[in-house]
Write a protein that binds this ligand. Sequence first.
Ligand code: HSE
Length: 433
Amino acid sequence: MNGPLKVALLGCGTVGSAVLRALQEQADDLGARIGRPVEVAGVAVRRPSHHPDVPAHLLTTDAHELVARDDVDLVVEVIGGIEPARSLMLAAFEAGKSVVSANKALLAEDGVALHDAAAKAGVDLYYEAAVAGAIPILRPLRESLVGDQLSRIVGIVNGTTNYILSRMAETGAGFGEALAEATELGYAEADPTADVDGFDAAAKAAILASLAFHTPVAAADVHREGIATVTATDVARAAEIGCTVKLLAICERVPGNGDGNGDSVAVRVHPAMIPTTHPLASVGGAFNAVFVEAEAAGQLMFYGQGAGGEPTASAVLGDLVAVARNRVTGAPGPGVTGYANLAVRPMAETPTRYHVSLDVADKPGVLAAVAQEFAQHGVSISTVRQTGRGDAATLVIVTHSAPDAALSATIGALREMPAVRGVTSVLRVEGLS
Ligand code: HSE
């Protein structure tokens, strides 16, 4: 049992090649940390000719054959997407091999079945790199914070959108202009849909919520809005009230309301204003951060690089050392529990706060009529500010917390009011006292 542990690497793109390089260049250190030498058994790729830097004897196009090989002990999956990654992982578990993955889409779609298969086989499934790249957040949730009660996680977990929103705040640019700059500089992909429309962040939110609340949450359970509708006016209005606009992944435990409904979880991704004094407001450019609130630990923030080959490889390698150590000691690490199985609360019933900016005529009765619409929908107003006068007055209203459906119905009613010339900005607000 003292021969080298052998690793099958599935995929050799930006992350895979950084993992391979580290496994080759730091083999001695990694082996010493694991307690047994570690070697690459093979690298499965679609087109071997695209990988001149990988030793030819390691390359194969047959990932299934590589996973099944008797001399392979551990599998690293950095292919991404649903298939063939899922079948390969299941095949690895069936063969008694632990898997390290960076696959947020797959874990967010099918995490329960994959964890069940790993547990049944008595092996590990670790995927730190799937959320927020280099930032250690999943194992802190699975291990360090598992004795605490988590109430809320608010994350900036998509670097592309954080770069775009940061540039909009810095330059006053609109969304289209900032996206064009991000594409030119390589911060946004040629097809930016997954990032800009919030799909990437929603998958990460599902994974964070599942671990934080011991409750299965899939990407389909996450309310998702992207940043394409955020305007330069929204960003300017945010600055006027001491806020900045961020795409937030919010996972929270919502206490039961005492009428027989127990606690539930609400998981959402949408742009929101947050005070510039909030720790997440200072997370600029393509950086990621995850802000955690726990009953005993209080507030914690995890910050760092959320993408890129080397940073993401750091998370993969950390998991690889962990599962290799477990293999050496002969017992898998802690699994993932879904015992709490809390209901997922629909967005319409999730409490949120809105910031609304209206163009109105400055005439007697207008403010009363506007306030009346909020009251009729059961929405309490926190602050009202008016600028301008005559025909060009602007009312800026920040609400207290209310069910999201009541807030959006109020906005619909305001748009119909003759006294309201235009609803110029609507954004949710987080973290205001
Ligand atoms: N595309 C992601 C981002 C990185 O922009 O943060 C990988 O999840």
